[in-house]
Design a protein around this ligand. Structure first.
Ligand SMILES: *[C@@H]1O[C@H](CO)[C@@H](O)[C@H](O)[C@H]1NC(C)=O
Length: 434
């Protein structure tokens, strides 16, 4: 087996130009983003209680964080690989690959780049509920030669220049996908009912996939900042713009969150605040923001990250982590401030939870997240969630590695990424009406 490794971190600055630059003009479109705990998700388990689901989502936040952890098993791998997050994320996308379009359900992952699905014939595939994509049945499928630029950016070590480009991704938890790097049409289903095809999108056709993948999903759609991601490949036709509007956790029973591209992803109007995306050339996958401070009522706690020479705190914005995870010492100060205001009996749980009787209202402190140039005022549901009749938990928790701005904090905001302007914008929005 050819040992070829995708290097997210060390990829050259190179836009994959084979994609749909010709396609969409400057229009825009919106697709559904399905939370894994919503009834439309194949992961939905109707016998779980809302409280169980939330606790599992909390646990997955810490699992996801572990993949960043340099002391974990991942440290033995190339650094580039250990920063790829597995445990895919919290949202799913429906898309089609090939001609005629073959529908798949994939995890939408802002923590990785490659778009891949399990492919026939399988040398070694994990069990999958839906049928497998068969590239021989797609008239638009073609493999990429090893001599191509696209293959070179993968640092694929090919047996010969004429052979088909092989990719290999090893995720932080030891899961892997190996197969052919290929081009085919990827079709997204717009919420208006039209199909939006992107010919010649580069995808991984995985023939050897194993690890912690679940049978309900057929692969992963990488939405990170690296060259292989859907976002980077679509960038020329979406003017470098995408946005999402995530439903608050409690209101996803019969609606979906939304992911928009191009003109539909412009975030403007009153109440918009914007902060620069902080470039990190070794970790292009992740979108880093500068977090300056967090306020709890009148107490403003500065974030002077010990691991950052500049004294400013970098935080990854991620849809695939439920909790917001903050560097330990900063989190401790934040927790003290929250405890002081809330003044309730604490429950011995992770994260920080308070005892609240069923009939009682929980009065949350005002929390403002101060990014550089953007003060984001959180609603109570962004920071405190009722996990059971008698417990309300703080949706922030400590991290012994990097800090992550999670999806509970982002829900109820239209979050817009402008890759040309290099900003992320936030606008308070009723995502049920978006
Ligand atoms: C669904 O949830 C129940 C209750 O937690 C659990 O016992 C069961 O194993 C779950 N089913 C699946 C398929 O995960």
């Amino acid at each position: 087996m050819a040992e070829a490794t995708i290097s997210i971190a060390f990829a050259l600055v190179f836009l994959v130009c084979a994609s749909a630059a010709s396609g969409r003009g400057r229009g825009g479109f919106t697709i559904d983003l399905i939370h894994r705990d919503s009834p439309r998700s194949p992961f939905y388990n109707s016998s779980e209680t809302p409280s169980q689901r939330l606790k599992n989502a909390f646990r997955r936040s810490f699992d996801r964080l572990n993949h960043f952890n340099p002391s974990s098993e991942a440290a033995q791998l190339d650094q580039a690989e250990s920063t790829i997050i597995n445990n895919g994320g919290e949202y799913l996308m429906e898309l089609s690959i090939g001609t005629p379009p073959f529908p798949i359900k994939a995890v939408a992952d802002t923590g990785s780049d490659l778009i891949w699905t399990q492919c026939n014939p399988c040398t070694h595939c994990y069990p999958q509920n839906d049928p497998l994509f068969d590239p021989t049945k797609s008239s638009t499928y073609r493999t990429i030669p090893c001599s191509s630029n696209q293959c070179n950016t993968l640092r694929s070590s090919c047996s010969s220049q004429d052979s088909a480009c092989q990719y290999q991704v090893r995720y932080g938890d030891g899961s892997h996908t190996i197969g052919d790097y290929a081009a085919d049409t990827v079709t997204l289903a717009s919420t208006t009912g039209t199909s939006v095809p992107f010919p010649n999108t580069l995808i991984g056709c995985g023939h050897d996939n194993d690890g912690t993948f679940r049978p309900q999903g057929s692969g992963i759609v990488g939405l990170g900042g690296g060259d292989e991601s859907l976002i980077s490949q679509l960038a020329p036709s979406i003017d470098g713009k995408f946005s999402y509007c995530l439903l608050p956790y409690s209101s996803q029973e019969d609606q979906t969150s939304k992911l928009s591209f191009g003109n539909n992803a412009v975030v403007s109007g009153s109440g918009v605040v914007s902060t620069p995306i902080v470039p990190d050339q070794f970790r292009k996958t992740f979108f880093f923001l500068n977090l300056e401070a967090i306020s709890v009522d009148d107490t403003k706690i500065p974030f002077s990250s010990s691991s950052s020479a500049s004294g400013q705190g970098k935080i990854v914005i991620d849809s695939g982590t439920t909790l917001t995870l903050l560097e330990q010492s900063f989190y401790s100060e934040l927790e003290d401030a929250v405890n002081k205001v809330v003044g309730r009996e604490r429950l011995r749980e992770m994260p920080l939870c308070y005892k609240v009787s069923a009939s009682e209202d929980f009065k949350a402190p005002n929390i403002i997240v101060h990014f550089s140039g953007a003060d984001v005022k959180l609603e109570p549901y962004n920071a405190f969630v009722r996990v059971s009749q008698e417990a309300v938990c703080f949706a922030f928790a400590p991290s012994d590695t990097i800090s992550i701005y999670g999806n509970l904090a982002q829900s109820g905001f239209l979050v817009g990424y402008d890759l040309k302007g290099k900003t992320v914008s936030f606008k308070p929005t009723d995502c049920t009406k978006f």
